[in-house]
Design a protein around this ligand. Structure first.
Ligand code: ZN
Length: 244
């Protein structure tokens, strides 16, 4: 079987049979992959704690035909994020980010920009960023890199510049101004529009902190857009207070 080495983030793991685990990975070179980790449920196993959420590691993999489905042979951890992502203030936000990546990214497509964005988001989280603001940043950029994020600068109908408020189109492909607004229900205020515009040129470290109200609104709008575009529904948002 062909062999390869790749650096990747762990996006989740689950038990498979008596002794094995299956793992979702986001690889620098190959994008999203599903991997079998043989024997990972045994007390003594070669993977140790390297399969925890958002651990970054060098993986030695085997594959039969495609790089979307691989078998792990060896893992050398580069950076563990277990302490960060398991904190009670972060855990549900990181669950949303990992589920969004697993559901939204196609299998085995190069995702170098997404990979770097995930790394920068994790680094920003280490610096006590506001979880809802950073997660909104993450979701907006995930959509932008995949080419489906709407512009928050102009009305998608009359193309006038927006500043104070806008309503999200029912098909999530744009926002409309007060004059063009008819049946759209999700209203974005000046703070939300300003946030979406400003993060286009900022790393996650410099993303502004949203008020609780604007953070909750943007998280709901961006999550719903992701679900609409990907034609799936996410389960992790149910645990977030912004969705209750
Ligand atoms: Zn308009």
């Amino acid at each position: 079987m062909p062999q390869a080495r790749t650096r990747a983030f762990v996006l989740g793991q689950w038990r498979s049979g008596e002794q094995d685990k299956r793992v979702h990975l986001l690889s620098l070179e190959h994008g999203r992959m599903q991997a079998l980790a043989p024997g990972a449920c045994r007390m003594k196993n070669r993977f140790g704690s390297a399969l925890e959420l958002f651990t970054e590691a060098d993986f030695l993999i085997y594959y039969k035909q495609d790089l979307g489905h691989v078998t792990l042979s060896r893992v050398d951890p580069v950076c563990s994020r277990f302490e960060l992502v398991s904190q009670s203030r972060w855990i549900f936000y990181f669950s949303l980010m990992s589920e969004a990546l697993v559901r939204f990214l196609p299998l085995a497509q190069p995702e170098e920009r997404t990979y770097r964005m995930v790394g920068a988001t994790l680094q920003a989280a280490e610096k006590e960023k506001n979880p809802a603001s950073l997660t909104a940043y993450f979701l907006a950029w995930l959509l932008r890199i995949q080419g489906t994020m709407f512009s928050a600068a102009h009305c998608s109908h009359c193309h006038r510049p927006l500043s104070d408020e806008a309503w999200v189109n029912l098909n999530f492909r744009g926002v409309v101004c007060r004059e063009c607004h008819t049946h759209e229900s999700a209203r974005l205020d000046r703070e939300c529009l300003g946030f979406l515009e400003s993060i286009r040129k900022k790393p996650p470290d410099d993303a502004p902190t949203l008020s609780a109200e604007a953070g909750g609104l943007l998280l709901r709008v961006l999550t719903t857009k992701l679900e609409y575009d990907g034609e799936f529904s996410l389960t992790s948002p149910r645990c977030l207070r912004e969705f209750q």
